[in-house]
Design a protein around this ligand. Structure first.
Ligand code: S3P
Length: 181
């Protein structure tokens, strides 16, 4: 490990929520690299646990089976104070919204469908990002769920991953969630 790297820790689990392309995974990775926060990507955890890619799970078992797995993973990941980047649909189930709120601090990274589409290079890995029209409808449906789950909202439109990460870091310090090791 680089000794010069500032080391920070979290006092509670921090959930990054938001639509596909909001930057949840990239921001968690960046905050890990820059400040040393522990992090886990919930989708990658699920894929490893199942030994299958998400697109394959959707194709073979359908969305409801995926949502069951997603909820089970969320429970498994709740125990540690680290950053958890979630899948964009995690807020669909009330039990997940409740678990995140009760257990941690929830940061909603908001994005528009158009900006999300420009950020997602490989759409084949996102079975629920088909076309712009349906992405717009899906975001509109979910915005109230994201908003009601969130402790804070960061509008990511016009920001790059570095700027979003710095803003999340600032918020975590402001709320005394981030602390030096
Ligand atoms: C989904 C988002 C994806 C993944 C799955 C379903 C959704 O995660 O969990 O394809 O319903 O919005 P990302 O938000 O990380 O792309």
């Amino acid at each position: 490990m680089d000794d010069k790297k500032p080391q920070w820790t979290l006092r509670r689990p921090v959930y990054l929520i938001g639509f596909m392309g909001a930057g949840k995974s990239s921001v968690a990775r960046r905050l890990n690299r820059k400040f040393g926060f522990d992090y886990v990507d919930a989708d990658s955890y699920l894929e490893e646990r199942e030994g299958r890619a998400i697109a394959q799970i959707f194709a073979e078992d359908g969305e409801e089976a995926f949502r069951d797995l997603e909820s089970a993973c969320l429970k498994e990941l709740a125990g540690q104070n680290r950053l958890i980047s979630t899948g964009g649909g995690v807020v669909k189930r009330p039990e997940n919204r409740q678990a995140m709120k009760e257990n941690g601090f929830v940061v909603y990274l908001s994005v528009t469908a158009d900006v999300a589409a420009s950020r997602i290079r490989d759409k084949s890995t996102r079975p629920l990002f088909n076309d712009l029209e349906s992405a717009r409808a899906r975001i509109a449906e979910r915005v109230p769920l994201y908003e009601s789950s969130a402790n804070v909202i960061v509008n990511t439109v016009g920001l790059n991953v570095y700027q979003i990460s710095n803003e999340v870091f600032r918020i975590l310090r402001e709320h005394a969630i981030a602390a030096r090791v």
